[in-house]
Design a protein around this ligand. Sequence first.
Ligand code: ADP
Length: 338
Amino acid sequence: LVVERNRLRQTIDGLSEGIAAVDAAGNVTHHNPALDALFRALPRNEGGERLMMIPAPDVWADFDRVVAEARTVSRRLQLPDRVLGMTITPLTNQDGQVAGAVGLFLDITESERLERTRRDYVANVSHELRTPLTAMRALIEPLSEDMVRDEDTKKRYYAIMLRETLRLSRLINDLMELSRLQSGQLSLAPKPMCLRDILDDLTEKYNTTAQERGLHFQMRADELPQVNANPDRVEQVLVILLDNAMKYTPEGGQVSVEAESDDEKVTLSVRDTGIGIDPADQPYVFDRFYKVDRAHTGLGSGLGLSIASELIKSMGETIWLKSAPGEGSTFFFTLKRA
Ligand code: ADP
């Protein structure tokens, strides 16, 4: 008997799920360390053995109900630091009478979070796909019914359709890039590299863009030590940051790239004198699909910065920003010196 009892005790104590059992009178007969850990964060007031163990009167009311009504109760428990799944089942003796109840408590915080992320993701993707499709449909319909006779209007419609198609391709490319990144399929192999070539290429490209948009563009990076990174990915991050800087800076503004180095790392920054980002929005700009101006559907998908941040994190580096509304934004990221 003793051997049997100890074996049962060890099994219960070893479970990662929390367990509590009561007898027919509602007194606790078993509980395990996992249970204590799950409820650790709840404050305890005096109130008898039961409330010292699980300081939630509604849980004990459920136990009592299971014993009284001989039926299983299953529900979700929201605690300050986590979400639990709880199932309390009646225990019966040989005569089929209720002899108590056993409650099983499972930490489902992570699975709930994943489920919510998945739901948000699907909703966001659908929304982003629908917007350009709706726009295109509204133009294709009158065109296909021969309702648009004027050549100029036709041309304008085709131009919008082309732009929306490009937007869709960009969105799908971004989505695939993100999923490749998250599944670890993207090559990030670092090697000693020189930033000079990349920065020179970018200067050439963005000088033209800046001119077109009436912005001043400056590359302020003279002293550039070698870094240990993946050139394609570094360029990708810079392109995302520079595209944003140009997108969110009105005519006449300035965009610049700077580099600063210490013994260990080089910090690259992309600075603009644009619209800036409100402090309340700053923590979220690296999230997937986050756009400060939700209504401004024309500008982007809200995926650029999340790709940049995933890339930087996968390389073991950091990315952050400083910004003030109306004054401009600066995005920084580090690269280890070779
Ligand atoms: P998007 O494709 O919408 O630009 P991002 O992920 O690149 O998506 O950026 C997320 C949001 O952060 C943008 O929608 C914009 O509101 C804000 N943002 C990013 N860069 C800047 C910037 N340089 N200046 C002002 N706002 C910015």
